[in-house]
Design a protein around this ligand. Structure first.
Ligand code: ATP
Ligand code: MG
Length: 384
């Protein structure tokens, strides 16, 4: 981490030499004071983005309209943003919480006009200036407050908490993509139980219309405990949608603007989950889910049944499958075609392959050409 900060200092020094101010700001300063791992460094500067691009050889335009340029240095990325406002003070003043509104200079001096350090020492989340106004400017900040509870275990200061209760209804004005990013951080935080307490107390989730189908689950403290056992968003969505008995998980996740890949994966797990909970994984489950998704399913299964997960068993079962992919079948489509009559529609080839695939996976027939053709005849799937 010190190394990371030193690299940031190189960038700050270069900006200073060119006659500009520059400070590390935001989460990196907070996490530095908390001795937490720093995963990205934001730098605020008086230099305009165009100047930043001139000064550094390797830059990436991410949001140049907002004054943000990514500077690459020794394999690391630094987000360099021009002051919003004319000074560092004005820039810090536009930030959400006091703990996120500090600047760290090159020689280690803290610029801390809103006493963020005191709040960090008291483990307190407090809005910069008037909480109600700050939440009205950007209602996502209410959810961010609770997200930081889940990640840091801090408490929310009284006036800030009161303002969340008063302004909660505004949360529906926030783009769903922004909401879901914060929710996923809440669900994966170490102090998720504490954050559920705040979600309850502020009624914030009840106001979030898109989340109504999951409302009961999200008020349940046992659910919060279970969430700590899950490791990614596929698992979390699967778990929450399953216990909420959602009729159409796909439509729900589409409304939540989730990536297609996640939607397909969650839906495929939910479809197979009842029988997996009842009697474990079948060969068919392992084959159609694939190894990675099966392991995620196993984690959800264990969480739902309050048992220990057994990834080794799942992996063993998967390794023992006769085939891992349709391509491994010992017959090809053109070979099947030769067995058909002129009356058979072309689509029959695909249907037969699907039937063969299932039979081979379930070990009803050996994966050899002769055995497969014999089986097709016996089953009356092709003419003898
Ligand atoms: P993380 O460790 O999750 O990255 P972070 O504090 O860096 O936490 P970001 O969302 O990366 O959070 O934002 C970086 C900084 O930008 C914050 O520390 C805060 O100062 C400011 N910020 C981000 N979002 C908002 C917002 N909605 N309103 C005001 N300030 C914000
Ligand atoms: Mg950040």
């Amino acid at each position: 981490d010190m190394h990371f900060l030193q690299q940031a200092n190189y960038i700050i020094q270069k900006l200073k030499t060119a006659g500009y101010e520059a400070y590390i700001v935001g989460g990196a300063v907070r996490d530095f004071l908390l001795n937490r791992e720093i995963h990205d460094i934001d730098i605020a500067t008086s230099a305009p983005a165009t100047e930043v691009k001139v000064l550094f050889p390797k830059t990436i335009d991410v949001a140049i309209a907002h004054g943000t340029v990514v500077v690459r240095h020794q394999g690391e990325s630094f987000e360099v943003t021009s002051y919003r406002g004319n000074t560092l003070f004005e820039d810090l003043r536009l930030r959400d919480f006091t703990m996120n509104a500090m600047g760290l200079s090159r020689n280690g001096d803290m610029v801390d006009p809103f006493r963020g350090k005191d709040d960090i020492n008291q483990r307190m989340i407090r809005c910069v200036e008037n909480p109600s106004l700050r939440f009205q400017e950007d209602p996502l900040r209410m959810l961010r407050a609770i997200r930081f509870v889940s990640q840091l275990g801090f408490a929310i200061e009284d006036d800030t908490l009161e303002a969340i209760k008063m302004n909660g209804f505004l949360i529906n004005h926030v783009a769903i993509e922004r909401v879901s990013l914060e929710l996923e951080k809440i669900w994966s935080g170490a102090y998720v139980k504490r954050s559920f307490g705040y979600l309850n107390e502020t009624n914030l989730l009840e106001k979030l219309e898109a989340l109504l189908p999951l409302r009961k689950a999200l008020l349940d403290e046992d659910v919060a405990t279970t969430l700590t056992k899950l490791t990614n968003r596929t698992e979390v969505w699967t778990f929450l949608l399953f216990i909420s008995n959602l009729e159409d998980p796909e439509v729900f996740l589409e409304n939540w603007k989730q990536p297609k890949k996640i939607i397909v994966e969650v839906a495929s797990i939910i479809k197979r989950l009842p029988s997996i909970l009842e009697s474990g994984f079948t060969c068919e489950d392992l084959y159609y889910l694939g190894l990675d998704t099966s392991l995620r399913t196993e984690r959800v299964r264990a969480a739902l049944l309050h048992t220990i997960e057994n990834p080794i068993e799942v992996e063993k079962g998967y390794r023992k499958l006769p085939i891992k992919d349709k391509k491994e079948l010992d017959v090809r489509g053109d070979e099947i075609a030769l067995l058909l009559t002129n009356d058979d529609p072309k689509s029959k080839i695909g249907q037969l392959i699907t039937a063969i695939e299932l039979a081979v996976v379930n070990q009803k027939v050996e994966n050899t050409k002769s055995a497969i053709i014999k089986w097709l005849r016996e089953e009356g799937l092709i003419d003898a």
